[in-house]
Design a protein around this ligand. Structure first.
Ligand code: SF4
Ligand code: SF4
Length: 388
């Protein structure tokens, strides 16, 4: 394969476009490279965060959109601590992840939600209002209760059939939306005429890394702050366990005779809830204290998401307690509240907000592993990274 200097176009609007998604301080940066030297995750020729900042400064939109590095960054903040110009490269990487999330999304909604508080809060409120309306319509027209009779203690069994379909839709729809972006991400980061094509078998050989990283959080373990690894691992594991239980085992909850407390199936749910409580507690306490570099700057979304998750878990737990206590009306109303809180979180946060990194980061680490193996196996001349 013939290799030469590849033409690159400079886009003068790139920096302004990135800054729509958050802080991106390039004025102070004099490219000293201290940030890259301090980063425990930089290896095999990667050069972040400095390289990504340079791409943005030079207006190199295509290389930036094709970069996996903002996702390989795990947001530990060491680079910001050592930066002699206080340019906060950690925050620049965070902003770049928001920018990339918007560019991956073919619906255009992520861009609106990530750049406008009105759109973000409005979407959450709209989804919640829609659920309230659905609950009212269901009870008044399908169950046949008059408006004045909505407080009748009914038990919850009448809601189970419709909740099965509802739960599947609100959980699987955002997940499918996220997965629908995978090909676009592949094209941006691995495809294109300017990159050498990588044999398919390398994708197969490295496929295990897509699961390995989310299961172990091995990259986060390299960060000097070890406590964060535990909190994040527990939170991610708790959320995944809860999603799996809701999608595949909703019947555990939907039995007329609620399973006894000692049933192991119940304890799996409680274990997932405990993991979530620990992880969210760790985040909220950290943000409240604002001592660690990673928590020094808090955006609205950084609080809304964990709070919604916490309220979802708490209301779910309360439903269980009320059912065991035989408090039917309390259980019924709390269940409605649980659905009103959980649905906007799933429909807005999962496909357009912070949850996107659940798919994007493992994908980036997988693609990076593919690139590295291809580079090791190919003759040196065939490997053409976006060298800038
Ligand atoms: S340490 Fe600061 S000044 Fe040096 S390259 Fe990184 S961001 Fe720029
Ligand atoms: S935030 Fe941490 S992982 Fe990310 S670039 Fe800086 S030092 Fe590296």
């Amino acid at each position: 394969m013939e290799v030469g200097i590849l033409p690159v176009e400079s886009d003068p609007t790139l920096l302004a476009d990135i800054r729509r998604y958050g802080k991106f301080d390039t004025d102070g940066c004099y490219q000293c490279g201290s940030c890259t030297l301090s980063c425990e995750l930089v290896e095999d020729g990667a050069s972040f965060p400095r390289k990504s900042i340079r791409h943005a400064l030079l207006g190199l939109r295509a290389p930036l959109l094709g970069s996996l590095e903002p996702w390989i960054c795990h947001d530990c903040g060491d680079c910001s601590i050592v930066c002699p110009r206080h340019a906060e490269p950690r925050i620049s990487m965070y902003t770049l992840r928001r920018f990339l999330s918007a560019k991956y999304d073919w619906t255009g909604m992520a861009s609106k939600l990530l750049t406008s508080r009105a759109w973000y809060l409005g979407s959450l409120a709209f989804a919640a209002a829609l659920v309230v309306l659905l609950i009212l319509c269901y009870h008044m027209w399908y169950v046949g209760l008059p408006f004045s009779g909505l407080a009748t203690p009914l038990g919850m069994e009448h809601m189970f059939p419709i909740m099965t379909y509802f739960t599947l839709v609100v959980m699987l729809f955002p997940l499918l939306l996220l997965l629908s972006r995978v090909f676009r991400i592949w094209r941006l980061t691995m495809g294109g005429e300017q990159r050498p094509s990588i044999p398919f078998y390398i994708y197969v050989v490295e496929a295990w890394t897509y699961l390995y990283h989310p299961v172990t959080h091995s990259m986060m373990r390299k960060c000097p702050e070890k406590g964060r690894w535990l909190g994040h691992w527990l939170l991610a594991s708790g959320v995944v366990m809860m999603l799996v239980i809701k999608v595949f085992a909703l019947r555990w909850f939907q039995t007329d005779n609620i399973y006894p407390l000692y049933n192991p199936q119940r304890w799996l749910g409680y274990l997932a809830a405990a993991f979530i409580f620990y992880g969210i507690g760790d985040i909220l306490v950290g943000r409240g204290q604002a001592k660690k570099e990673i928590y020094k700057e808090t955006r609205l979304e950084d609080l809304v998401f964990p709070i919604l998750l916490l309220l979802t878990a708490l209301s779910g737990l309360a439903v269980n307690i009320f059912r065991y206590a035989g408090l039917e009306l309390c259980a019924h109303f709390t269940y409605a509240l649980h659905v009103i809180i959980a649905t906007p979180m799933l429909l807005v946060e999962m496909p357009f907000g912070k949850w996107g990194h659940m798919i994007y980061r493992p994908l980036a680490l997988y693609f990076q592993a593919v690139k590295e193996r291809a580079a090791r196996q190919a003759p040196a001349a065939e490997v053409v990274p976006h060298a800038v």
